[in-house]
Write a protein that binds this ligand. Structure first.
Ligand code: ZN
Length: 442
């Protein structure tokens, strides 16, 4: 049933009135350096507890919105801020989800922001790690609930909120899955991840899948003085030595070839051509325990992150990659006998929302209404997500999701992260309007 436009205007006016508070809460949230404690290379003991601080900040907004609040923690200090605003009955339920863990700052030398957790405001943006990915989305959701209350809106369906930990490493059993198991599932999840590019606030019904894996290639060490005789084996060959780095490049080239095949064959209307790719992000090869080039390298490890087509699943993508590496090994006399070892480190299934799901026209309309008369005005745009997100774990529990939120993924996981305040407010407006449309107004 269409919502009374006067009621919509009242809700939007409340959001305008709350903008200062929303920005202030976002600044305070960014200042808590809630780096994911299980991120590789981080100290769990040093970082644990900061997510809990953010959860309490968000939970206070939930409480102000009239919600029943609860902190759900699987590991001490790692609280998920959960909340329910019970509906009057008869409507569909909705859960707003966002994550409160952030990635590490990376190379501080490449940041021009003096403090990566300043939460400062400049040029209409809130600055700092975690601003766009994705504390802006979490707080836009919380303030949407608060604006509904201020405007006196009583929904028919339950509105739930889950600000979760663990997303950045796929640790959903501590985060999103724990909240669903604690009763914070719903008929639909709206995940507030940053959904630019290509445009601000795209509506995202699909994500690729992700595989993190390593390939270890063995060599046989020898004095560096025999490099020539071993790589051009006219005299000694592999019985004297094999440089593992050279052999790893046979694997590297084969996987590059598979990536090029994917670029041709694996296309999707909501993703740019060539989207599905296999990143060799880490390569380490050396003699055993010694980082000097006076021995042939004994071992080389390449670590990859594959983003694969949403029409495939982890099992089929793994089989393609394993077959590709096996073909490379079969073609090389040394690798035939000394097979590369593939280790699967993280498997994240893709997510696809059905094209005819009823939320799609509703969120498109809500977005267009939310940005009307602002610099972001224009038709809603559907696009695929550049990465993976918690939609996968809702799907595993039978809950469909749509992803929509402020921020730009090109700034996430990069130096000088920031988020636009205008986008954050627009997202808040869309969330509030969508909640009324989806859940119904009593
Ligand atoms: Zn994120």
């Amino acid at each position: 049933m269409p919502i009374d436009p006067a009621l919509e205007d009242r809700v939007l006016a409340e959001i305008d009135a709350l903008e200062g508070e929303l920005v202030d809460a976002l600044q305070r949230a960014v200042r808590i350096a809630s780096v994911e404690p299980k991120y590789p290379g981080q100290s769990y003991d040093e970082l644990v507890g900061r997510e809990g601080e953010v959860a309490r900040l968000v939970s206070a907004v939930h409480a102000e919105a009239g919600a029943e609040t609860e902190l759900v923690a699987i590991e001490p200090g790692r609280d998920n801020a959960c909340a329910t605003i019970p509906g009057a009955g008869g409507g569909r339920s909705l859960v707003f989800n966002g994550h409160i863990d952030v990635v590490p700052v990376g190379n501080l030398g490449t940041w021009t922001q003096a403090d990566p957790f300043s939460g400062a405001v400049a040029d209409g943006r809130v600055l700092g790690r975690g601003s766009g990915d994705m504390k802006a989305g979490v707080l836009a959701q919380a303030y949407a609930a608060l604006a509904l209350r201020r405007a006196g809106v009583r929904l028919q369906g339950d509105l739930k909120l889950a600000a979760v930990v663990g997303e950045e490493v796929g640790d959903h059993t501590c985060g999103t899955t724990a909240t669903i198991d604690a009763g914070y599932g719903a008929d639909l999840a709206v995940i507030g991840e940053p959904t630019a590019p290509p445009a601000p606030l795209c509506i995202v019904p699909v994500t690729p899948g992700l595989l993190w894996f390593s390939v270890t290639v063995a060599g046989r060490t020898a004095h560096s003085g025999f490099r020539g005789e071993t790589v051009h084996p006219t005299v000694y060959g592999s019985e004297l030595g094999v440089n593992a780095i050279d052999k790893a490049f046979a694997v590297y080239q084969a996987v590059n070839g598979l990536e090029a095949e994917w670029a041709q064959a694996k296309r999707h209307p909501l993703f740019p051509n060539g989207k599905f790719a296999i990143l060799p992000g880490v390569i380490q090869g050396s003699p055993y325990g010694i980082d000097v080039p006076f021995f042939l390298a004994e071992s080389t490890v390449i670590e990859y992150c594959a983003m694969f087509h949403p029409g495939d699943d982890c099992a089929t993508a793994k089989a393609e990659i394993e077959a590709c590496i096996a073909r490379a090994a079969d073609a090389d006399p040394w690798l035939r006998e000394h097979r590369p070892v593939v280790e699967w480190k993280l498997e994240w299934e893709p997510y696809v929302l059905a094209d005819d799901h009823p939320v799609l026209p509703l969120i498109e309309r809500a977005h267009e209404r939310a940005v009307l008369g602002t610099a972001l005005a224009g038709p809603a745009r559907r696009h695929g997500f550049a990465g993976v997100c918690d939609a996968t774990w809702y799907e595993a529990k039978g809950i469909p999701s749509v992803i929509y939120g402020p921020g730009d993924l090109r700034l996430a996981h990069a130096a000088d992260e920031s988020v636009s305040i205008a986008e954050t407010v627009a997202a808040c407006r869309t969330y509030a309007l969508l909640a009324m449309e989806w859940c119904g107004v009593a």
